[in-house]
Design a protein around this ligand. Structure first.
Ligand SMILES: [Zn+2]
Length: 239
C-alpha cells in the first residue's frame, strides 16, 4: 500500500496538438501527462493536484493486479475469447482463421505470420461483439438526443476505452478476451460519457441507473491479468 501522505510519483509530460490535459498510467506504473502545446507548468500542476486521489487509487489497484498471463501461440494452447477458452489448432496454408465451437483453426504460410492471423480474427470478432453491445445500450442515449458514436477498436496499453468529442467510441481490443460482463461495463461507462464528461456524482448516478452492479464489474475488469502473446520457440512477446 502507498502511504496516506501520497506524493506524486515521477511523471513525463508529452505535448501534442490537443485541447485538454490527460493523465495516463501504463501497466508498468509509468505516469504520463499529455498536454496541449501551450499548457503552462502551473496548468499542469493544478491538473495533477486535482487528480491526486485518482492517481493514488489507480496505482494501488495496479499493485494489487496479478502479473501478465503469458500465452504461447502453439498447437493445443488455450486462448480466451469472451472469457472462455478456445483451443488453438495450427496449420500451414493460406492466411485463415475459423472457429468451430471451442476450437480455433489458424493457418498461415509461415509460423511467424500466425500472430497477425490470430489478432485480425480477434479484431473482426471485436467489431462484431462491440457493435452489438453498443446497439443494445444505445437506445436510452438516442432518446436523449445523442448521436451514435462510431466504434474504433484499438490496442491500448493504459485504458479500456474512451469517448472522443469527435464522435468516436474507442474500445480496447483486449476486451474481446474478457467475460462479456466486462465488455458491457466498459461500453456503458463510455456511453454514459455522452451525458456526463467527467466521473462526478451525476456520472455515477447514471451508471447506477444503467448498470446497477457496475462497481463489481469494474473490480473484475481491473483484477484480471493482462495477456501477453509469446512465441512458442523463443518465449518472446509477439503481440
Ligand atoms: Zn470514463
Amino acid at each position: 500500500m502507498l502511504p496516506d501522505a501520497f506524493d506524486l510519483p515521477p511523471y513525463t509530460i508529452t505535448r501534442t496538438r490537443r485541447r485538454s490535459l490527460e493523465l495516463r498510467v501504463f501497466p508498468d506504473a509509468r505516469v504520463e501527462v499529455r498536454a496541449p502545446l501551450h499548457a503552462s507548468p502551473a496548468d499542469i500542476s493544478a491538473f495533477l493536484a486535482g487528480r491526486r486521489d485518482w492517481l493514488r487509487r489507480t496505482l494501488v489497484r495496479m499493485a494489487e493486479r496479478p502479473g501478465p498471463l503469458r500465452l504461447q501461440l502453439a498447437e493445443g494452447a488455450q486462448h480466451p475469447f469472451l472469457g472462455r477458452p478456445l483451443t488453438l489448432r495450427l496449420a500451414s496454408g493460406a492466411r485463415k482463421a475459423v472457429r468451430r465451437e471451442d476450437e480455433l483453426y489458424l493457418s498461415a504460410p509461415s509460423a511467424e505470420q500466425l500472430p497477425a492471423v490470430l489478432l485480425s480474427w480477434y479484431r473482426a470478432q471485436a467489431y462484431q461483439y462491440f457493435e452489438a453491445e453498443i446497439d443494445r445500450h444505445f437506445p436510452f442515449f438516442a432518446a436523449r438526443g445523442h448521436g451514435r458514436p462510431t466504434l474504433r477498436v484499438k490496442q491500448m496499453k493504459s485504458r479500456w476505452g474512451s469517448l472522443s468529442s469527435r464522435g468516436f467510441i474507442n474500445l480496447n481490443l483486449a476486451l474481446i478476451r474478457l467475460p462479456p460482463a466486462c465488455l458491457e461495463y466498459v461500453v456503458v461507462h463510455e456511453l454514459c460519457h455522452l451525458e456526463e464528461m467527467n466521473h462526478g456524482p451525476r456520472f455515477k448516478a447514471l451508471m447506477d441507473q444503467r448498470l446497477p452492479d457496475w462497481r463489481a464489474r469494474r473490480l473484475l475488469v481491473n483484477r484480471l491479468p493482462r495477456i501477453e502473446l509469446v512465441s512458442a520457440e523463443s518465449g518472446a512477446a509477439i503481440g
